[in-house]
Design a binder for this molecule. Structure first.
Ligand code: CA
Length: 621
């Protein structure tokens, strides 16, 4: 309950209409021992959650619900904010965690880094005892709201592989026997996925080479690998961990770069963390006052998790977050999509294969396993409104199993290691895998979000992923500056029944995507998509990036077994290749109404096209 004084001198006191609503306050100067009132606020969001939990334990929630009002400031989280079913609101009494009006509230999973010492003209160092003690390692560093460059070779662009590992040169010439050959190779010769041959001078006997992390670009996905050994005589680099396709399958000449060796630290703006000494080094740009800069390195992997208990029929319900900024999260490594039990397949052919190697990462297209900063798992009627997610290593938001009728609206998701919003389940054959149909997330609304500058760690991550998920609305989002596709719909590569039905993808503005990889679309689809609609989307400026390999990029790419879409009033122009492409399906498998495709003679200046262009993207408030 709250008292509101009106008209000053009148000192007229009244109970407001929603008298039963309760507010708790959180402020940077607060104390978790306080009662959480306006004048004696809590210090943390977690304490406010516990206060609501205690309130509920005493009886029903107050009519009108509970509001947690968070004062301006940056809150460094000690742990992920986790809400369970016991933290739920109800339809009549929702729970809202909201920034105070006009306040900038940042919930950060990082730690500030201060106390830099000048060690050379532009070289600054700080010793981090937690790193030296092995308790902290970070792969990202941010300053003044920007992602800094981890020491890399080369400084711009890429190196290019010389070819497959020497041992596999002959098989590589025959593309390892095509896709079937690669599948067989994974079983019999997993080491073929762990290396390539390099050109003279590209890889050197660097110091701390065991800490190097190498990203290799294939056609539509990338892999991170760590170095096991280098054969300088044959110019072969051998990795501890696999990539998804061996070099030589798409091309002998794949792009790659090396990060995190001390010798790579040679350009202003780069940083290097020595794990053994705990010394972080930064090469300042001209004019930078390093000790006046706001450096933050991530500690937490997830910032907010709504974790229901679907087995007990208990979900997190009616909780929303408003106008909060979630920043600074790290990303997981040690994920191997095609060999989840790695290094078992390698040990089967080589008992000397290391088991204590530094982890790598390999994943399918879209990088669905890369993690997320915010996760809804068993959440219903929850939401993120007017929030920001930025400077994170994985994807921003995931809405996974047993999560229905949630909303992500008017959010700004940017500077992301992964993608924007992932809605669905990373299982291709839901029938064989016995995924309960009712666990498929449904009726979620992803609307009016700005999603850009994604794929900074995993270039194949997409802006919005909808997979084994139904009756969702994806509308009026703007997506740009992404490594791979804008929106990916469906997750079944054959005509088998799946759960990706009745999704409406409408009035999105998608441009300047597919900036790093190939074989994707502004909107990309897979499988039978009963009742799905692509309507009034505006897609433009999709080209092929330099050095890419494989098939073209398109406005729409209907990939394997795509079926039964209604494609209506979309406008596509300025595409480097075909506006629309089909693989293992054809135009007649879908219904087409009044689209304007410039590459097929459509008039982008027509009244119809102008109406779509004017309404696509963010709606005016
Ligand atoms: Ca460098």
């Amino acid at each position: 309950m709250r008292l509101v004084a009106l008209f000053g001198a009148c000192l007229f006191v009244m109970w407001v209409g929603i008298a039963e609503e309760v507010d708790f306050y959180v402020a940077p100067g607060g104390d978790d021992g306080n009662p959480g009132t306006e004048h004696a606020p809590f210090a943390t969001v977690g304490r406010a959650r516990d206060a609501i939990r205690a309130l509920k334990a005493k009886g029903d929630l107050p009519v009108g619900g509970v509001r947690v009002r968070i004062r301006e400031g940056r809150y460094f989280l000690d742990e992920t904010i986790v809400l369970g079913p016991e933290d739920s609101g109800t339809d009549e009494a929702p729970i809202v965690y909201a920034a105070y009006p006009e306040a900038d509230v940042v919930l950060s999973g990082g730690r500030p880094i201060t106390g830099w010492k000048k060690e050379g003209d532009h070289r600054w160092e700080v010793e981090l005892p937690e790193v030296k003690a092995g308790a902290w390692r970070f792969r990202q560093l941010f300053a003044d709201g920007k992602r800094l460059t981890r020491a890399r070779i080369p400084n711009e662009g890429f190196l290019v592989t010389a070819g497959a590992l020497s041992k596999y040169a002959e098989q590589a010439q025959k593309r390892y026997g095509g896709y079937d050959g690669v599948v067989a190779l994974r079983k019999g010769h997993p080491d073929a996925f762990c290396g390539f041959s390099f050109s003279p001078g590209d890889i050197e006997p660097w110091a701390d080479i065991e800490d190097a992390e190498v990203i290799t670009y294939h056609s539509w996905e990338c892999s991170w690998q760590t170095i096991r050994s280098v054969d300088f005589e044959n110019r072969d680099v051998h990795f501890n961990t696999p990539c998804r396709y061996p070099v030589g399958f798409f091309s002998p000449h794949c792009r790659y770069r090396i990060e995190n060796v001390p010798e790579a630290l040679d350009e202003a703006g780069e940083w290097y963390l020595n794990r053994k000494t705990g010394v972080l080094t930064y090469l300042a740009r001209p004019g930078e006052d390093v000790n006046a800069m706001d450096f933050v390195a991530p500690v937490l992997e997830e910032l907010l998790v709504l974790q229901g208990d679907p087995k007990q029929g208990k979900l997190v319900e009616h909780v929303s977050f408003s106008a909060l900024s979630f920043q600074h999260a790290r990303y997981p490594m040690g994920i191997y999509d095609v060999a989840r039990d790695w290094p078992e397949p390698a040990l089967a052919i080589d008992p000397d294969w290391p088991t204590d190697f530094a982890p790598g990462y390999t994943d399918a297209q879209a990088s669905p396993r890369c993690g997320q900063a915010i996760e809804f798992n068993g959440a219903r009627r929850c939401g993120l409104m007017d929030c920001e997610v930025a400077h994170v290593g994985a994807s921003a938001i995931r809405i996974s199993r047993w999560s229905d009728e949630n909303q992500v609206v008017r959010c700004h998701l940017h500077d992301l290691g992964g993608g924007g919003v992932f809605v669905g389940i990373d299982v291709r054959d839901v029938g064989q895998s016995k995924v309960p149909p009712e666990s498929a997330p449904s009726k979620n609304v992803i609307a009016n979000n700005r999603i850009h500058d994604g794929g900074r760690v995993h270039p194949s991550a997409v802006g919005i992923w909808v997979a084994q998920s139904r009756h969702n609305t994806i509308a009026h989002n703007e997506l740009f500056h992404l490594g791979y596709s804008g929106i990916s719909l469906g997750w079944t590569w054959d005509p088998a029944p799946n759960y990706s039905d009745h999704n409406v993808i409408e009035a999105n503005h998608i441009h300047h995507v597919l900036q790093e990889l190939a074989d994707g679309g502004g909107i990309y689809t897979l499988g039978v998509l009963d009742g799905c609609v692509l309507r009034a989307n505006h897609i433009h400026d999709v080209q092929r990036p330099d050095g890419d390999i494989g098939s073209h990029n398109n406005g729409f790419f209907f990939d394997q077994a795509s079926q039964k879409l209604l494609v209506e009033r979309n406008v596509i122009h300025a595409i480097g290749h075909d506006d629309v492409r089909f693989n293992k399906n054809k135009r007649e498998d879908h219904r087409w109404v009044a689209n304007v495709f410039e590459g097929e003679g459509g008039d982008v200046g027509s009244v119809t096209a102008r109406a779509v262009i004017d309404s696509a993207g963010l709606e005016k408030p």
